[in-house]
Design a protein around this ligand. Structure first.
Ligand SMILES: N[C@@H](CCC(=O)N[C@@H](CS)C(=O)NCC(=O)O)C(=O)O
Length: 208
């Protein structure tokens, strides 16, 4: 049995698929149609009770969810891919950035996509206020992220999966090019990662 990636267009499966490819791991894909609410059906809830993609079924049948945890697991089990520092202070620093991106940036972007989940009010102006607040918060977060980028990649000269993770998140920002103009290190990273042939291909597949 090989790996099975549950994915959807414009989703966090983007970075997981990139890591699978870069690690040279064979995998199958199952498309979960978010527009047709396939993720809310009982069959998918059994895979991810959060009703979200990505999810990855491992060769032994274990289901993994949470994009950051999946990428970390793949990097650890395929150390030859050198997609994440696996020891010492370098690992500690990289893990800090990974948790920061997953728990702050990704989570805030979800407020843009699903604002109704973040307010008890059904008043359209309250729902809109969630998005406005999230957009402002994202700019603050981006300035923190800028301080993490060593350059040209997040951790320095070598590409890690953190760069692809950040690339994906930046692509989901409202008006990314405009916002990136204020953050030169992330602009370089975004442009550099966006030219990697695998990323060009995945952008097409994921309509991103
Ligand atoms: N914390 C999760 C977030 C996953 C997530 O929010 N996925 C979105 C697509 S990017 C999704 O499945 N949305 C459908 C929904 O929440 O209804 C992760 O990092 O994997």
């Amino acid at each position: 049995m090989s790996y099975t990636l549950y994915w959807a267009t414009s989703s966090g499966a983007f970075v997981v698929e990139a890591v699978l490819e870069l690690a040279g791991v064979p995998f199958d894909k199952v498309l979960v149609d978010l527009d047709n609410d396939e993720h809310t059906k009982d069959e998918f809830k059994g895979i991810n009770p959060m009703k979200q993609v990505p999810a990855l079924k491992l060769p032994d049948g274990t289901i993994m969810t949470e994009s950051a945890a999946i990428c970390l697991y793949l990097a650890e089990t395929h150390p030859e891919s050198k997609l994440f520092p696996l020891s010492g202070v370098a690992r500690a620093k990289a893990t800090r950035v990974l948790f920061y991106l997953a728990s702050n940036v990704y989570e805030t972007i979800l407020r843009l996509s699903y604002p109704g989940r973040y307010t008890a009010s059904s008043d359209a102006s309250d729902v809109k206020a969630v998005q406005t607040g999230a957009a402002a918060r994202l700019v603050d977060l981006m300035s923190v992220t800028e301080g993490f980028v060593v350059g040209p990649y997040l951790l320095g000269k070598e590409l890690s999966f953190l760069d692809i993770y950040l690339f994906m998140l930046l692509g989901w920002y409202p008006k990314p090019e405009e916002t990136l103009a204020k953050f030169p290190k992330q602009k370089v990273l975004f442009e550099t990662v966006g030219k990697i042939p695998l990323i060009v291909k995945l952008k097409e597949t994921y309509k991103m």
